[in-house]
Design a protein around this ligand. Structure first.
Ligand code: HSE
Length: 310
């Protein structure tokens, strides 16, 4: 195979209580990575189609950094050219940097001979290098589900220990992206460095409850376990109408409501598409009371991660 076209999905990281450890893949939107082998050495990002300007310099680009990690790990006897079409808005909090990084390493893996191919877990590890560009930290809660699909739990970042978790069939997400800018690096910098034991106890109860709910198809347990006591109280202050959106989503039957990744997107988990639609309506009514531009998506929690589309 000399060329490949890959879809890399948007992802929701943290999922409320699981800061830096939980995440899941959406069906759409996603980035498209078109890659071909090249006689020219190294990585050449030839085109970037994006609403916001993004660097095509390899070391300044999340896909470029992730690919560099892959080239360092193995002697790959060809260079690559790639075109990135951003479907996941940069700075939205829905795994934009992760989609490009994960999509790029997944695409390069397709171009390798079978005996040289890396495992999904190795691809996640390479894609984590891309996250350094966006957030200054190697975290796998977006790149994990982006490569592997479904829900993932990052038990440990270094060395990476990541586990796939099943999700109930009728689990949907409504994601609203209010168009304000929150940089992941800044939204990490404002977090408290120390937390109270009482908050930690509530938090790990919830992370465990969320995972148990996913395994047992217990939608109510999933919803009440999404509550976060450590990160959301600080970050939610950056998001206009957060508390009102949460209240309106919950009043309209959402299982739980929180910030997607580092924001500004917010999301509600819902049982069934119909419920996700009523939550969407309630969120639109709320956000339209502001002057903010926004976009909103409904998706099933997708069992698929990156995939070849051509
Ligand atoms: N877990 C990360 C954070 C996700 O919340 O900062 C960033 O996309």
């Amino acid at each position: 195979m000399d060329k490949v076209k890959v879809f890399a999905p948007a992802t929701v990281a943290n999922v409320g209580s699981g800061f830096d450890v939980l995440g899941f893949a959406m069906e759409a939107p996603g980035d498209i990575i078109e890659m071909n082998k090249s006689d020219k050495e190294g990585i050449n990002i030839t085109e970037m189609i994006s609403e916001k300007p993004l660097s095509t310099v390899t070391e300044e680009n999340t896909a470029g950094m992730a690919l560099l990690a892959m080239y360092r790990a193995k002697k790959i006897p060809f260079g690559v050219e790639l075109k990135i079409t951003k479907g996941v808005n940069p700075g939205s909090g829905t795994g934009s940097s992760a989609a490009s990084a994960a999509g790029a390493v997944y695409a390069l893996n397709q171009l390798l001979n079978d005996e040289d191919k890396f495992s999904d877990k190795e691809l996640v590890d390479f894609a984590m290098d891309g996250e350094i560009v966006a957030s200054g930290a190697r975290h796998a809660d977006n790149v994990g589900p982006c490569v592997m699909g479904g829900f993932t739990l990052v038990r440990q970042n270094e060395p990476l220990d990541i586990v796939a978790i099943p999700a109930p069939d009728e689990l949907y997400v409504t994601v609203l992206h209010p168009e304000i800018e929150i940089k992941t690096s800044e939204s990490r910098a404002i977090l408290k460095k120390q937390i109270a034991m009482s908050d930690a106890v509530k938090q790990w109860g919830n992370v465990a409850g969320l995972v148990a709910g996913l395994f047992t198809n217990d939608y109510e347990l999933i919803g009440r376990s999404m509550e976060d006591y450590i990160v959301v109280p600080t970050r939610s202050l950056l998001i206009p109408m957060f508390d009102i959106m949460k209240q309106n989503a919950m009043n309209n039957g959402a299982l739980g409501f929180s910030i997607s990744g580092s924001g500004p997107s917010v999301f509600a988990l819902c049982k069934g598409k119909e419920n996700a639609e009523s939550v969407k309506k309630a969120l639109i009514e709320t956000i339209e009371k502001t002057e903010l531009a926004y976009n909103i998506h409904i998706s099933k929690v997708s069992s698929e991660g990156c995939k070849v589309i051509d």
